[in-house]
Design a protein. Structure first.
Length: 330
C-alpha cells in the first residue's frame, strides 16, 4: 500500500502472477527452465505493476488517498482472488475501486499498443455439470427387460441444447457443451448408468441462475418420460466478469491520455473464457481492461511459444498509474 496525502479513497491495481505447466519452446535468453512458463503474460503484469509502484512512489505528494498493489497467485486455477479476499486484501485500508488489466493478444481487430475496455459483461461464468442417468442393465437382445440409460442420455443431451437455442437471446447468451459421455462396456449389454459432463458458460448472474435451473428441469423431465432417473451436480467455477460502467469510463479517460483516443477500443463481443477478477468485482466496483502487446503472427495464450513485445509494456504501466490517479481525483 502506498499512502498519498491523508484522507481520500483507496484504489487497488491488480496483477495476477501465476504461470502454467507448459514447457517453453521459445528460443530466448529468458526461456523458462522448469517446465512451467508464463504462457499467459502474467509475468508482464507483475513487471508493469512494479513499474507503477516505482512511479507512484515518486509522486505521493501529488495525490490524496492510497493505492493498493495486489500481486495475486492462482488466477489460472484455484481462484486466487477469492482466497485473497477471504484473507482480507480488500480491507485495511478498505478498497473503494479496483482495476485489473491483461496484456497479450486481446481482440483480433485491435492492433499492438492499443487498449481495450468493456462496458458490462467481459467474461463468462463457468460451471461444470455432471449428470448421472440411471436405468436398469440387461441383455442387448432383450431391451424390454431393461431400462436403457444410453438412449435416455442421448435424448437428454439433445433436449438440453434447446435451453440455449430456444431460451436465450443474443443480448444475454449462454453456451452449453457436453464434452464427456461415459457408459457401457459391450455392444450387447445395456448398462445400468451413463454419466455425462458439460460446461456451462454465462455472462450474467441472472442467466447463470436461469440456466442452472433449466438444465435440471429439462434433464429430469425427459428422464421421467423415459423411465430413468437423472441426478446432476454443479461444480461452480468463476462468476461472470461484469465491468462497472463508471470504472470503465475512468480507464477510457486514462488510456486516452496515454495512447490517444484512436487507440482505445470498446471490446465486443464478450469472451466466453473465465477470470477470477470476477470475485473482486462482486465486492467493489471494478473493471477489466486489455493491453494488446502482440503482432498478429505471435503465438496465442497458453501456447508453448507465447510471448509479448516488451516494447509495449510501458503503456500498461502508464495506464495503471493514470487510472489510479484519476480514480483518486474523482
Ligand atoms: Zn491464461
Ligand atoms: Zn491470463
Amino acid at each position: 500500500v502506498l499512502e498519498g496525502k491523508p484522507g481520500g479513497k483507496c484504489v487497488a491495481l491488480r496483477a495476477d502472477m501465476d504461470a502454467l505447466p507448459v514447457q517453453e519452446l521459445n528460443d530466448v535468453p529468458y526461456r523458462s527452465k522448469n517446465e512451467n512458463m508464463h504462457a499467459c503474460g502474467h509475468e508482464a503484469h507483475v513487471a508493469a505493476l512494479l513499474g507503477a509502484v516505482k512511479i507512484l512512489k515518486e509522486h505521493t505528494d501529488e495525490f490524496t488517498g492510497s493505492v493498493k498493489f495486489i500481486f495475486q497467485p492462482g488466477e489460472e486455477g484455484p481462484a486466487g482472488a477469492r482466497y485473497m479476499i477471504e484473507e482480507g486484501v480488500l480491507q485495511n485500508p478498505k478498497v473503494d475501486g479496483i482495476f485489473a488489466g491483461h496484456t497479450g493478444s486481446a481482440k483480433p481487430y485491435m492492433t499492438k499498443g492499443q487498449i481495450g475496455i468493456t462496458y458490462g459483461p467481459a467474461m463468462a461464468a463457468s460451471d461444470l455439470l455432471t449428470f448421472t442417468v440411471k436405468g436398469k442393465g440387461g441383455h442387448g437382445a432383450n431391451p424390454s427387460g431393461a431400462i436403457d440409460p444410453i438412449v435416455a442420455a442421448a435424448y437428454i443431451i439433445t433436449a438440453l441444447q434447446t435451453a440455449v437455442s430456444r431460451e436465450t437471446s443474443l443480448k444475454d447468451p449462454a453456451v452449453l457443451t457436453v464434452g464427456v459421455i461415459q457408459g457401457g462396456t459391450a455392444a450387447n449389454i445395456i448398462p445400468d448408468q451413463v454419466i455425462f459432463k458439460a460446461t456451462l458458460r454465462t455472462l450474467t448472474n441472472e442467466m447463470r441462475e436461469y440456466m442452472r435451473k433449466r438444465v435440471g428441469e429439462i434433464a429430469k423431465g425427459v428422464a421421467q418420460g423415459l423411465r430413468v432417473e437423472c441426478d446432476y451436480v454443479i461444480d461452480a467455477g468463476y462468476p461472470p466478469v461484469v465491468c462497472n460502467d463508471a470504472m470503465t469510463d475512468i480507464v477510457k479517460g486514462a488510456a486516452e491520455k496515454i495512447v490517444g483516443a484512436e487507440n482505445v477500443q470498446v471490446q465486443s463481443p464478450p469472451d466466453m473464457g473465465g477470470e477470477d477478477a470476477a470475485y473482486y468485482f462482486a465486492e467493489v466496483p471494478g473493471t477489466y481492461w486489455n493491453h494488446k502487446s502482440q503482432d498478429p503472427d505471435m503465438a496465442p495464450h497458453h501456447n508453448a511459444c507465447f510471448d509479448i513485445d516488451d516494447s509495449t509494456l510501458w503503456s500498461m504501466t502508464a495506464v495503471m498509474c493514470q487510472t489510479a490517479l484519476d480514480f483518486l481525483a474523482k
